[in-house]
Design a protein around this ligand. Structure first.
Ligand code: FAD
Length: 326
């Protein structure tokens, strides 16, 4: 049998990288497997986004993150995490997707789309940005519908429906309107989300108030067709002309992957994965969770700021177990 990896990390997001830095410091034999590009979720964030955190709160292993403004933008974050990965020579295999994790005795067999690995410990840091929460309405599969907003230019002079009332939806609605798009927000609740950034909220409320951006509250999409959209509102069903739908209704972790790996999920709608908050170890010994994946459907609960600590908790636990074994 080939020498097993001490630690195999799934996902090269900020938290997977934080785990890799800890393994590097301990001189452990480890590898990170990332299914797409480095920090793939951040790469897919809107081009002009700014983080709500200041740059030092996004630092991993206290490596300084210097940005032009207190709150960095996407490009600065990509630059930072890229430099962290390259200058620390982190061992990362990009474009390699993990499809299964099987525990066999004391070891895990990890099966990727390229090969198989043996590891003593596995850290799942796979985030939740790959699977959008779908609207589940006819027409959602059409090319005019997207669940990822990138930039406003393609929407200039177009009739655009933005679905949702969270930070992402609000940022997209404002930016598209400012670049000449005709924006209608379709909002399931009765108001703009209460977690919307405090410095952005007055902007959207005022734009809606003055009629620059139209908003239908307590409303949901019924059907999307080539040229129109139909929604239910408190005043009944209405249809209007529509060119694009930007549905920013959130994302969810890959629960099937967690369950297939043997991790218990809570039976309620939160579907919280089982793990020990002190060590991040799941109900399977040697299998750990790190980063935003820990929140189940409560995807707002964990972010970079408050989950970068997971890397140290996990590696200290593994090191403590090693001492006990000696
Ligand atoms: C618009 C926006 C703004 C944000 N602003 C902030 C902020 O200001 N401050 C803050 O703290 N947080 C912020 N967040 C949240 C933050 O970006 C996420 O919390 C962060 O990306 C989580 O890091 P992670 O490493 O846990 O997961 P991710 O960054 O999602 O990384 C997971 C990685 O795992 C990979 N992966 C998934 N499945 C597999 C597989 N089977 N095999 C191999 N690889 C796999 C993915 O491709 C991805 O690269 C923001 C989020 C958004 C959407």
């Amino acid at each position: 049998m080939t020498t097993p990896y001490k630690v195999l990390i799934i996902g090269a997001g900020p938290i997977g990288l934080a785990c890799a830095l800890e393994c590097n410091k301990k001189n452990w034999n480890y590898v990170v497997l990332e299914k797409e590009t480095l920090t793939n979720s951040l790469f897919n964030y809107p081009k002009n986004m700014s983080f709500f955190s200041t740059s030092e709160k996004l630092e991993i292993d206290e490596i300084p993150f210097i940005s032009n403004n207190p709150k960095p933008n996407r490009d600065e974050a990509l630059e930072y995490y890229r430099r962290v990965a390259t200058s620390n020579r982190l061992k990362i295999n990009l474009y390699e997707e993990v499809n299964a994790i099987n525990k066999e005795g004391d070891h895990f067999t990890v099966i990727s789309n390229k090969t198989e690995y043996v590891a003593e410990n596995v850290i799942i840091a796979s985030g939740f940005y790959d699977i959008p929460k779908l609207l589940e309405v006819p027409g959602e599969e059409s090319s005019k519908v997207t669940h990822y907003y990138n930039e406003a230019h393609p929407y200039a002079m177009q009739q655009v429906v933005v679905v949702g009332a969270s930070n992402s939806a609000v940022d997209a609605a404002l930016e598209i309107w400012r670049k000449g798009g005709h924006v209608t927000m379709v909002i399931r609740g009765s108001e703009i989300g209460d977690r919307v950034k405090y410095w952005v909220k007055p902007d959207i409320i005022n734009r809606i108030g003055e009629g620059s951006i139209k908003a239908y509250y307590n409303s949901e999409i019924v059907e999307i067709t080539e040229n129109d959209i139909t929604i239910t509102t408190p005043d009944g069903e209405i249809s209007f002309a529509n060119d694009f739908v930007v549905a920013l209704t959130g994302y969810r972790p890959n629960f099937k992957f967690l369950e297939d790996s043997g991790i218990n999920l809570s039976a309620d709608t939160a579907r919280l994965p089982q793990y020990d908050a002190q060590t991040m170890e799941t109900n399977i010994s040697g299998l750990y969770l790190a980063g935003v994946i820990c929140g189940g459907m409560e995807t707002h609960k964990w972010f970079i700021e408050n989950s970068r600590i997971h890397a140290k908790l996990i590696t200290e636990h593994i090191a403590t177990l090693d001492i006990k074994k000696e």
